[in-house]
Design a protein around this ligand. Structure first.
Ligand code: T4K
Length: 372
């Protein structure tokens, strides 16, 4: 039976409206709408504790956190990264005048392969930019070793990894910087928003100036910065949502269990891994479809879902190293695992307000596309 209302890949969680309205009243009263006001401060403090980080700065979005973090590190030359990601990761590198060098991913969890990182290091490499894609934790220990060996900075794109822990440590604690996205489509959001977590206070001072045009003091502008300040309305939304994020994660866990029960026995469908030592956040539910074994292709499954009113997404296809804007500068054949995965991956709807019955129906539609 077709869904009467379309089901999208995600739907933002929202707090009880009264809680947000209370904050709006305070904003009305103070008339401090942006430029690091009370809610910006409160949100920062709350996140330091939730993400278990020493220092944090807030941004208009996750992309600006990435772009300005790269700038604040004063990098040059090449950055080794993954093409199996959203446009933002690669664009942040290119927009800083740096050259992305693409390493391949691991077939089991889709994160960057440390072996491939090492193969791509040259005397021009200044940093590594891995992605905790779908909230799957990168091989942080191997990456740290490589970074130390070659004297490289590590900037984690943690856009998907809000609340994820590895060996009980928040992922914010790995690398020189980790950048989170608080976009409406994420497990935790502030409408639009983002954050960078780090330990080095000097880096933090440079970063916080760069998000405000590079202004050091009323008489001194010492960096070519941008305007990437999180406003009070977004910070207030973030504060409200933070009270409910653990509930959201619990609901998502139940939904993934429904999907797993239906899809894990099926030949030709590989599910997102359950990673050892990781406390997951259930940010996405990717499935990788092997047409020869399953009997239907990724695109056929996507169409069958669409016919039933379900809009699944091909996160992350196309690979960023095949984007038109790069005019054939990169060769995706050099990242064969990423290429193989991007052609076969589909992310199914996953959000707290998706009912378990609807998840069951979606799982059955997917399963019904196969030969078995
Ligand atoms: N690094 C990585 C690895 C990322 O994935 C991202 C963002 C970033 C960095 C940069 O972070 P931000 O600068 O965005 O903070 C979405 C998001 O816009 C983007 O944040 C996200 N990654 C990416 C994976 O997904 P689209 O173009 O697929 O979004 P859209 O508008 O098609 O939304 C998806 C579905 O969500 C819609 O079909 C309906 C639903 N939706 C969406 C919005 C915006 C709602 O129900 N309500 C809404 O308000 O990029």
């Amino acid at each position: 039976m077709k869904f009467t209302k379309q089901i999208f890949v995600t739907s933002p969680a929202l707090p009880p409206i009264e809680e947000y309205v209370e904050h709006l009243k305070d904003i009305w009263q103070s008339r401090q709408l942006t430029n690091m006001g009370r809610f910006h401060q409160e949100f920062q403090t709350a996140l330091i504790s939730y993400l278990q980080t020493e220092r944090i700065d807030l941004f208009t979005n996750g992309h600006m956190a990435l772009e300005l973090s790269l700038q604040a590190l004063n990098l040059t030359g090449e950055v080794v990264t993954t093409p199996f990601t959203f446009a933002s990761t690669t664009h942040a590198i290119v927009r800083n005048g740096l050259t992305p060098v693409f390493a391949d991913i691991k077939p089991d969890d889709f994160t960057i392969d440390p072996k491939s990182i090492e193969e791509h290091i040259t005397d021009r490499t200044s940093a590594i930019m891995p992605v905790h894609v779908y909230g799957n934790v990168c091989d942080v220990e191997a990456i740290e070793k490589i970074a130390k060996k070659y004297g490289l900075k590590v900037i984690y794109d943690a856009a998907h990894a809000f609340g994820v822990k590895y060996k009980n440590k928040g992922v914010a604690q790995f690398g020189d910087v980790s950048c989170f996205s608080f976009h409406a489509t994420k497990i935790f959001h502030s409408v639009e928003g983002g954050a960078a977590t780090f330990t080095d206070p000097d880096f933090g001072r440079r970063l916080s100036r760069l998000k405000n045009f590079g202004i050091k003091s009323p008489d001194c502008v010492d960096g070519v910065g941008a305007n990437a300040k999180m406003n009070e309305f977004c910070a207030a939304m973030g504060l409200c949502n933070l009270r409910y994020v653990d509930e959201e994660i619990k609901k998502r866990k139940k939904i993934t269990e429904v999907y797993r029960e239906i899809l894990s026995p099926i030949e030709g469908i590989a599910l997102n891994p359950v990673q050892k030592d990781v406390t997951p956040n259930y940010a996405y539910f990717p499935v990788v479809i092997d047409e020869r074994q399953f009997g239907a292709s990724r695109n056929e499954v996507m169409e069958a879902l669409a016919e039933n009113g379900v809009v699944a997404r091909k996160y992350f296809y196309p690979l960023t190293n095949t984007f038109d804007c790069f005019h054939g500068e990169f060769d995706a054949a050099e990242t064969p695992v990423a290429l193989h995965t991007a052609k076969r991956v589909l992310t199914l709807p996953l959000y707290g307000s998706l009912s378990l019955d609807d998840a069951k129906r979606i799982g059955e539609i997917v399963a019904g596309c196969g030969v078995g």
